[in-house]
Design a protein around this ligand. Structure first.
Ligand SMILES: O=c1ccn([C@@H]2O[C@H](COP(=O)(O)O)[C@@H](O)[C@H]2O)c(=O)[nH]1
Length: 284
């Protein structure tokens, strides 16, 4: 399989997301004194591929890492880096609850049953780690609440807790000098413990926070980096959908009708129809 790496701004090299096992974007942000890693990766194999590329390019290897949220694909690679990990208090609590557990099929079935992970995640973990899997969940070393700023030497990274439907511990990382905002999965729906859900007011709050940074580039963990005009265009129908749900509540028919009128379409595309379902399943 081909792996894709890209220098997206003067100080940032990313490893692109890979969809077979749902590996998210990883980023190395390098200043004059230090390199910060954004997300640890799904596994030692995932982490190892990025490390090899950094070495091949002669980049300074990461001195510390930050986690955008606890989900396995972002955090289970932590131990492989052997560096201090920084995470929000709720991320640390979620990882503490998973650390020391077994990850056999039976053990994962229990976690699925409890709504801690989904069957899709269990399947992705099986594919990422193979049959004789050894999963090492490491707890973070530095725990914060609210916001933490990391000075890499001429490059300032601000990790901010934003919460949201996807995961209550979600954080976003803003690299000030490069005007790049890493969103993790903060804009996604809730995926564990029941049907996928969005709350319209929660989603609109997150959009306001997102645009408030003044970023020129936006990176969602399972997508491709987008400049501001493309990102706004991509999010516009979702923003409209959330505003309609704010007004019409769980009146699905009306929301769908208004969306069709707005988009001047006979039928809504599949992803937006799915989005309507997520908003209908969630609180306002
Ligand atoms: O729509 C989705 C998205 C993700 N999953 C599974 O959950 C984990 C964690 O999700 P993140 O969005 O990366 O935090 C992911 O790796 C998938 O296994 C899902 O089931 N449905």
């Amino acid at each position: 399989m081909e792996h894709k790496f890209e220098q997206i701004s003067p100080h940032i090299l990313i490893m692109h997301a890979e969809h077979a096992t749902d590996r998210p974007v990883l980023a190395a942000i390098t200043g004059e004194r230090r390199t910060l890693l954004m997300d640890a990766g799904a596994s030692p194999a995932h982490a190892g591929l990025f490390r090899e590329e950094l070495e091949r390019r002669g980049c300074r290897l990461p001195d510390m890492l930050v986690l955008t949220h606890w989900h396995w694909d972002h955090s289970f690679g932590t131990g492989a880096w052997g560096i201090p990990a920084i995470a929000h208090k709720e991320t640390a609590e979620a990882l503490a609850a998973l650390s020391g557990r077994g990850w056999s099929d039976e053990a994962m079935a229990e976690l699925v049953q409890a709504g801690t992970i989904s069957e899709d995640s269990a399947q992705h973990i099986r594919l990422e780690y193979g049959d004789s899997r050894e999963v090492n969940v490491r707890e973070p070393d530095i725990v914060f609440t609210g916001r933490i700023t990391i000075d890499l030497g001429g490059v300032t990274c601000v990790l901010t807790h934003v919460g949201g439907d996807h995961s209550a511990d979600s954080c976003v990382l803003y690299v000030q000098e490069d005007k790049v905002l890493f969103l993790g999965d903060a804009l996604g729906p809730s995926i564990y413990g029941g049907p996928y859900k969005y709350s319209s007011t929660g989603f609109l709050r997150l959009l306001e926070i997102t645009y408030g940074f003044g970023a020129e580039w936006f990176v969602e963990s399972h997508g491709i980096p987008m400049n501001e005009p493309d990102f706004r265009a991509d999010l516009a129908p979702w923003e409209r959908l959330a505003r309609l749900v704010d007004v019409f509540g769980h009146n699905r028919e009306r929301v769908v009708l208004e969306m069709k009128n707005y988009l001047k379409l006979e039928e809504l595309p599949r992803d937006l129809l799915q989005g309507v379902d997520y908003f209908m399943a969630g609180p306002k």
